[in-house]
Write a protein that binds this ligand. Structure first.
Ligand code: R5P
Length: 298
């Protein structure tokens, strides 16, 4: 029997594209909020004896995680054969160490909660900084698919003569990966973060790349503080308005306004999190990742 996909919140069109590529059925369900904020969930398409794929991107995770876990538990209770999660954006990956005594290492606790309800997980470029892989914290089979080929393809088609700039050391894995595909020069700035929203970047030597279009690339834009600091620095040096690219555009609070104020030319993101800047579709790598874990109609 075909797989059964439930849409628990993904960018427009993504679930349809996954279902078409997988030859899967999209399940009917009702998910809404009671006036007190609790959620109501009803699965209209029966999950009994089906391999279920929940699709839920986990930005704003404190709102989205509980409904997703309720859906997983309900599928199981109603006899699903297996329940996997496609989370184009995987939350709670950044607190991967206890910086100060008493802090919760939320990445571990979140991974434990999800591993307890799901059979497998596929995501796009999780924020792996101090962890080498999701296997260090998730106890279920996982696949992390890379957005780099899709980012590179977009750049090749849309930006002539780019220089790729990573706003901090952690971005080097994405910047180097994309630059190597399109054979473009790249460099990494140094970042110092003094608070949730206070970020300073070092002075880079950009002069070698005058005449090129600066492309700032990071895995996540959250508050926009990191990108805005890098943008301001590049703009101060007289470069043309940079393109800002991110795999995951969270855009918390006034992040977009901060980028505009800092001089951004264009913002481009993957459709892992719904946003006006979504220009790169991530369905194909997600399907490849899903297929590594499950067989079609198995
Ligand atoms: C940090 O390690 C990440 O790669 C991003 O640079 C960071 O998460 C962006 O956050 P914000 O937009 O809040 O500066």
């Amino acid at each position: 029997m075909t797989h059964l996909l439930y849409d628990l919140g993904a960018a427009p069109g993504l679930v349809r594209q996954l279902a078409t590529s997988m030859d899967a059925e999209i399940g009917a369900m009702e998910l809404r909020r009671f006036p007190d904020g609790e959620c109501y969930l009803r699965l209209d398409s029966p999950p009994a004896d089906r391999d279920v794929v929940l699709v839920c991107t986990l930005d704003r995770p404190d709102l989205k995680t509980l409904p997703m876990l309720f859906a997983a538990a309900t599928c199981r209770e109603l006899g699903a054969r297996s329940v996997g999660l496609v989370a184009p954006y995987l939350a709670y990956m950044r607190q991967d160490i206890r910086f100060r005594p008493g802090e919760s290492v939320t990445s571990r606790h979140y991974a434990k909660m999800l591993s307890g309800e799901l059979d497998w997980l596929v995501t796009v470029d999780p924020h792996l900084h101090r962890y080498d892989s999701l296997d260090e914290i998730y106890t279920i089979p996982t696949r992390s698919v890379a957005a780099a080929p899709a980012l590179a393809e977009w750049l090749r088609a849309n930006v002539a003569n780019p220089v790729l700039i990573g706003p901090d050391e952690e971005s080097s894995q994405w910047v180097a990966g994309v630059a190597s595909v399109i054979d473009a020069p790249w460099l990494i700035l140094e970042k110092h973060r003094s608070g949730d929203r206070d970020v300073q970047v070092s002075v880079p030597k950009l002069d070698l790349h005058r005449g090129r279009t600066p492309v700032l690339l990071d895995d996540i834009v959250s508050t926009g503080g990191t990108m805005a600091a890098a943008l301001a620095h590049v703009c101060e040096q007289g470069f043309r308005a940079p393109v800002c690219m991110a795999v995951h555009g969270i855009f918390a609070g006034d992040a977009e306004a901060a980028l505009t104020a800092a001089g951004v030319g264009r913002i481009v993101t993957c459709n892992t999190v719904e946003h006006d800047s979504n220009a790169i579709c991530i369905a194909a790598p997600l399907v490849a990742g899903i297929r590594e874990l499950i067989q079609p109609g198995d």
